[in-house]
Design a protein around this ligand. Structure first.
Ligand code: SAM
Ligand code: SF4
Length: 466
């Protein structure tokens, strides 16, 4: 059976786009500036730009497009690893079943509660729960863990959005998750290149079925989950091919369901315990090329969120965020029970791969303020039904500013009052004041409405949103 990734077509497009005409590149950029999604021919041309001045223009525009679609906010979340049992043998992953160097563990409900409490006490409101692929982690189990995360609360702390990164499911299984109330369901294709996919996912494994995975999010959509996350693990094959794969995946979802993915993730492969595959560096992505990946995805799909995880170092994240990233994690631990363990000191051996940025949430927030980005814990879009198709139609005319910026400010204020260090409070209050001032110039009424809501938060009200 054929699928919507035609390897030959992608290779041909990339080949025929070499040494693109600068004039044509600027025309393509003008289309992005108008916030139109690019087609594969246009994206292939951007991917072949090598001229440093032109690249600089691309980076500048990517930042501008991000700013005009999403505003100067950045959404924060935390990953929470539920279990590392796995029936697959993906060559690049420490959780693969033959890896005896990794201790297998699944959180009990009590342990899960402990992890959630630690995260809530740091100020987290949005989680992504992560699971190996194993019969123990069936839909009923996943639902149980989602409910546990939502039900675990403190006086001020609660999880308001649970996203999932797990193996692809059947439609009726997705339906159970949908009914339990999830945000985004995320599946990374790892590599869109068919042959490479077969080489790194051993034959006979559940994960060796490329199309089962490729159409995994179609089944989620059929089950009513319209908030989808796609991704590629960069470093397995040619990065330009993977960017094209992500674009074709986006177009497929748009054409079939009228709505593209909510987010795109761009993990780069990291060294993982007892996983020599990492040493095969042919396709590893340099920092310079990583910059191009981020900026070109931003220009190709202006309305899709872009996630940059703590796999990357603090330095790289600081450099890449202004190019169009919309979501980051912070204070992350990816061992099973990693948050509790890290209270006693960081223990990297227990993790799936090595994290590059192990700073606390408060430190990363302080840096976001320094860069002029308003940290957001907003989950209102999802709870007001501004998801999937609704989100796209709401996002397209640029209305995100009307809701997302105010909600970023309101949720950030909660964070400052409940969890921030004195230095972050100082930097954060200054940033809020500057943003309100700017808002007043464009829309005084909106500014006043936010000031009123901020006063409610100061009085002790929580979960205030527009
Ligand atoms: N088991 C599920 C699956 O494979 O889809 C979900 C969990 S898996 C732990 C989540 C993601 O981790 C994978 O999709 C893969 O992209 C990423 N990953 C695995 N090994 C990695 C490594 N060495 N470096 C960076 N990311 C890795
Ligand atoms: Fe298992 Fe997922 Fe790791 Fe593959 S990537 S070994 S399926 S946890």
């Amino acid at each position: 059976m054929k699928d919507f990734i035609n390897d030959r077509e992608i290779h041909n497009l990339l080949e025929s786009s070499k040494e693109p005409d600068p004039l044509e590149i600027r025309e393509i950029m003008a289309k992005s500036k108008e916030k139109n999604r690019l087609n594969p021919e246009e994206t292939a041309k951007l991917l072949q730009v090598n001229d440093t001045d032109l690249l600089e223009e691309i980076y500048q525009l990517a930042g501008q497009v991000k700013q005009s679609v999403y505003g100067n906010r950045i959404v924060f979340f935390a990953p929470l690893y539920i279990g590392n049992r796995c029936i697959n043998n993906c060559l690049y992953c420490a959780f693969r079943r033959d890896n005896e160097a990794v201790e297998r563990k699944t959180l009990t409900m009590d342990e899960l509660e402990e992890e959630v409490l630690i995260l809530e006490n740091k100020g987290q409101k949005r989680l992504i729960l992560v699971y190996g692929e194993h019969p123990d982690y069936n839909a009923d189990f996943i639902c149980k863990t989602i409910r546990k995360a939502y039900d675990t609360k403190t006086e001020q702390g609660e999880i308001r959005r649970v996203n999932i990164n797990a193996a692809p499911l059947e439609v009726d299984e997705y339906r159970k998750l949908h009914d339990t109330g999830i945000g985004t369901f995320q599946i990374f294709q790892e590599t869109y290149h068919h042959q490479t996919y077969s080489l790194i996912h051993p034959k006979g494994d559940q994960k060796s079925d490329y199309q089962w995975r490729l159409y995994g999010l179609d089944r989620a959509m059929e089950a009513g989950i319209d908030d989808l996350g796609i991704g590629a693990l960069f470093g397995l094959y040619d990065w330009k091919f993977e960017v094209m794969g992500l674009l074709y995946h986006t177009i497929h979802l748009e054409e079939k369901f009228g709505v593209g993915p909510h987010t795109i993730s761009i993990p780069r492969i990291e060294p993982a315990i007892n996983t020599p595959f990492y040493n095969n560096k042919k396709y590893h992505v340099s920092d310079e090329d990583f910059k191009k990946i981020i900026a070109i995805i931003r220009l190709s799909v202006p309305y899709t969120g872009l996630i940059l995880t703590a796999r990357e170092s603090a330095k790289i994240r600081k450099e890449m965020i202004p190019l169009g990233v919309t979501q980051i994690d912070a204070g992350s631990r990816i061992g099973i029970g990693g948050y509790k363990q890290s209270e006693e000191g960081y223990i990297p051996e227990k993790e799936q791969f090595h994290l590059g940025d192990i700073r606390s949430l408060d430190e990363v927030i302080a840096e976001a303020c320094e860069l002029g980005f308003v940290p957001s814990f907003c989950t209102a879009g999802y709870r007001c039904g501004r998801t999937g198709e609704h989100f796209m139609s709401f996002a397209k005319p640029g209305l995100v500013h009307k809701f997302c910026m105010p909600n970023a400010i309101l949720t950030f204020k909660e964070y400052l009052l409940d969890y921030a260090s004195p230095e972050t409070i100082k930097a954060g209050e200054k940033l809020i004041a500057e943003n309100l001032k700017e808002m007043a110039v464009k829309d005084q009424a909106r500014k006043e409405m936010i000031v009123e809501k901020l006063a409610l938060i100061e009085e002790g009200k929580r979960d205030v949103f527009v």
